[in-house]
Design a binder for this molecule. Sequence first.
Ligand SMILES: Nc1ncnc2c1ncn2[C@@H]1O[C@H](COP(=O)(O)OP(=O)(O)O)[C@@H](O)[C@H]1O
Ligand SMILES: NC(=O)OP(=O)(O)O
Length: 316
Amino acid sequence: MSEKTKIVIALGGNALQSKGTAPTAEAQLEVVKRTCEYIAEISGRGYEMALVHGNGPQVGRIILASETAKDVVPPMPFDVCGAMSQGYIGYHLQQALSYALSKRNRNVPVVTLTTQMVVEKADPAFQNPTKPIGGFYTEEEAKKLTEEKGYNMKEDAGRGWRRVVASPLPRKIKEIHAVRELWKDTIVITCGGGGIPVVENADGTTQGVDAVIDKDFAAELLAEQVDADILLILTEVEKVAVNFHKPDQKNLSHMTLAEAGTYIEEGHFAAGSMLPKVEAAMKFVRYNPSKKAIITSLDQAVQALEGRTGTVVTFA
Ligand SMILES: Nc1ncnc2c1ncn2[C@@H]1O[C@H](COP(=O)(O)OP(=O)(O)O)[C@@H](O)[C@H]1O
Ligand SMILES: NC(=O)OP(=O)(O)O
């Protein structure tokens, strides 16, 4: 790998979703086109990068469609739905990013790698579903879905109720060697939706499991394994806050590992939304204390890389 600054960018579900319109593939493509302008801008500044995207809303809809059509088409297992989400989100990103790069006369190839993520069979997450997927429901609708379909439903960071599924920790990127090879001259879209969750059998084969891995943790593992300089987590908010959504909310420009740990103990970060981002950032700087993680919004990504905004997480 070259000596340029290497970034792993984690793109939040909001970077792929249109607000206030039906969640169609066409609407997603329009949002992805806007997202890719920012990504191309970062590439234009000479950074090397890989992209990891979320899939919570998308995989939830694919699973729902499959379950709804179960009387006419055999339902797809979760891992296959995850693979489908990687394929179509990756396709949109490839199409839009290639165009955004070409407008800047940067003819860097962009490819999506179907990526399996090894998880542990015994991960306690299989007994405690926490990962929100699909759309948002009212509390009443959520109760009905639990009664009628047996879904696990939880409130998601003050935004409504969502179905939650198991989200085991990512342990090994099956295709990491291909990612490293591709990295040399390509923007690779990998570990989409956290990677397709698989377990390894004793004979070395892999087998899909019912889960959705958190893409922030997957991006962190990738950042470790490609020796990235920066883990850039892009979401809806410009900065991480303490006392979020309270009158005394305070946006943070910087957190050390120790400070982040204290804020977690004090309960400032919502599980399933901001908490995994902060935990992923902490894990990255703990793994390599000379590196940094940044959490910010997509539209502030360039400014955050220049040190002008975002929440920077460092070891000390
Ligand atoms: N302490 C906090 N500071 C900032 N945002 C927070 C905090 N706690 C919860 N959030 C919420 O977490 C959201 C980011 O999580 P989420 O939307 O699940 O991520 P993604 O962008 O990866 O889909 C923010 O948009 C915000 O609504
Ligand atoms: N898989 C995943 O973490 O998706 P979201 O970012 O959409 O929650």
